[in-house]
Design a protein around this ligand. Structure first.
Ligand code: SF4
Length: 391
């Protein structure tokens, strides 16, 4: 029997050890222990729907392309967001932005970039963690079970784990369950203690100074420590974590490893445009505050939202403006009915593609493993651009 190794596209770990019997038959797919991948593959093959929908009613692909072209041409300032896609998907988005201009935002990782630009940060890779880390400090709420099912398998079992917050799916840890707002206080005190400053409080968020001294001794005494977080809204907290790592690096080796979704978009934006997110195409400049997509939607400074969600069902923001959604999955129900959904094929299922792994150092190939009969995002955007040129 002949098998082919394929890459799973359903989270940015992009595990490349799934086995598929040749000739490609999804029923033969062997997925290592991952309920998330299993559920998504089944959902794709069973709830497959190929007709676009406008305001909940099915329309033809021709009508959808026509409507999308008209809306894009009419838009004064479109917002391109989410960008859960592969390299080719991002390039297709850029080809559309050449014509429409607008704002490019990415709803994961922008806070990290904002903190990063203040003073840089020391990062690491999955392989380095696996081979060297002896201590992992988890910050905030992290849901490994739902979002990163095989992350622990990737980093191995060398390291001890300390949690400041909550990590779902991690057992055998020293866990200190505190909220994100209190974590910042703890980190500030740790930094003060590390610099031997006088600290005038006796406890922080239920932790005594003694507890924090002990934690600091563990961090400082490790051979190779890593700080991991999933989504932290507070840029100031991220900045403090980056600075704590720089300060700890005077005593030992320390680095950060944020669990970022959609890292491919971040990389392609940098290579192709020379700018990080959040980017104004017309002015050729980025500004993490001014071009924050959430803010622009609230202040109604944009009049069309283009949402790319190749690998997960789209969870759209609440807005009255037209949302033009490109995804293999039908968007989840929302308060705002003004949605035009155009189904597109998924890289790694209907077509080949390339993606960047979570640690942003490894590019992986996604293979076409079956055909659900959907056009690729590039093909759909090409058809829209053609239709725009005819008007
Ligand atoms: S951990 Fe992520 S990439 Fe790996 S098999 Fe599961 S869903 Fe796919």
């Amino acid at each position: 029997m002949c098998y082919q190794l394929i890459t799973c596209p359903f989270c940015s770990l992009f595990c490349d050890d799934l086995l598929l019997q040749i000739p490609n038959d999804l029923s033969t797919l062997q997925i290592p222990n991952c309920p998330k991948a299993h559920g998504h593959f089944m959902q794709l093959t069973q709830n497959y729907q190929s007709l676009p929908k406008y305001r909940g009613a099915s329309i033809s692909l021709e009508n959808a392309i026509q409507h999308a072209a008209y809306s894009l041409q009419k838009a004064r300032q479109p917002l391109y967001a989410h960008l859960d896609t592969d390299v080719q998907g991002m390039q297709a988005v850029f080809s559309l932005m050449e014509i429409t201009k607008g704002i490019l935002d990415h709803d994961h990782g922008s806070n990290f970039l904002l903190a990063l630009q203040k003073g840089g940060c020391i990062g690491t890779t999955l392989t380095e963690i696996r081979q060297h880390a002896d201590l992992v400090l988890w910050i905030g709420k992290v849901d490994l079970t739902a979002n990163w099912p095989r992350f622990l398998e990737k980093i191995g079992d060398r390291a001890q784990h300390v949690v400041l917050g909550e990590v779902i799916g991690l057992s055998a840890t020293d866990s200190i369950p505190i909220s994100e707002i209190n974590i910042l206080d703890c980190i500030l005190i740790l930094r003060a203690l590390l610099k031997k400053r006088v600290v005038q409080v006796s406890q922080v968020a239920g932790l005594s100074l003694n507890d924090l001294e002990n934690l600091l001794n563990r961090l400082r005494g490790s051979q190779y420590g890593v700080i991991i977080w999933e989504q932290i809204a507070d840029v100031y907290l991220i900045q403090n974590l980056c600075e704590l790592v720089q300060e700890l690096s005077q005593f030992t080796y320390f680095s950060v490893f944020p669990l970022l979704n959609n890292p491919t978009a971040i990389q392609v934006c940098t290579w192709e445009l020379g700018f990080p997110f959040r980017f104004n195409w017309l002015e050729r400049r980025y500004d993490p505050w001014q071009y924050d997509g959430q803010r622009l939607l609230k202040t109604q400074e944009v009049d069309l939202l283009v949402w790319i969600a190749h690998f997960h069902p789209p969870k759209l923001p609440d807005t009255k403006i037209l949302q033009l959604v490109f995804s293999p999955f039908e968007p989840l129900p929302t308060q705002s009915p003004n949605v035009l959904w155009v189904p597109v094929g998924m890289p790694g299922i209907d077509q080949a593609g390339q993606v960047c792994r979570l640690d942003q150092v490894v590019m992986l190939a996604l293979h076409q493993i079956c055909s659900l009969g959907l056009l690729s995002l590039s093909d759909v955007i090409e058809a829209i651009v053609y239709r725009m040129s005819q008007r």
